[in-house]
Write a protein that binds this ligand. Structure first.
Ligand code: SF4
Length: 146
């Protein structure tokens, strides 16, 4: 039986990004031959529309560029992602880098100027805290194996 992997839906070609586009990653998509890829978009699952105003983590809050507080949406989406990971016993999540939800290790700095800081997106952080290995798309090489 194929093992389950949680994957950011935008990496699989779903147009769920804030700008209404996707970010398909061929290396990640190719894993479907070996694994059962389970798409998630925490921002959409948290109740935000597509397209949407971009957001960044600003201290304890997640704020849209126009100042609207969307922290609850991000937290709700992260909880739903965790539920899906648990229901499907996913040991690994492959999540889009730099996103305020999915980013792992480096995220936008909260100033909306394109700068990055060390840190995790809201969903990546929650999944990691529950023992799920979170990888970014650039970490998926041809010899990736679970
Ligand atoms: Fe992609 Fe994650 Fe942003 Fe959804 S929340 S568009 S899956 S990076």
């Amino acid at each position: 039986m194929k093992k389950n992997i949680l994957v950011s839906a935008c990496l699989l070609g779903q147009s769920c990004r804030y700008d209404g586009k996707s970010k398909p990653c061929e290396r990640v998509i190719a894993l479907k031959d070996t694994y059962n890829l389970i798409p998630i978009c925490p921002e959409v699952m948290g109740g935000l529309p597509t397209p949407r105003t971009p957001s960044e983590i600003c201290g304890e809050l997640v704020l849209m560029k126009d100042g609207r507080n969307v922290t609850e949406n991000y937290n709700r989406g992260a909880q739903k992602a965790l539920e899906i990971a648990r229901e499907n016993a996913c040991p690994v999540a492959i999540l889009k880098e730099k996103s305020p939800s999915c980013g792992s290790g480096l995220i936008h700095n909260g100033l909306f100027d394109g700068g990055l800081v060390e840190g995790d997106g809201i969903t990546a952080k929650l999944l990691k805290s529950q023992g799920i290995l979170v990888l970014g798309e650039s970490e998926i090489t041809e010899d990736f194996a679970l």
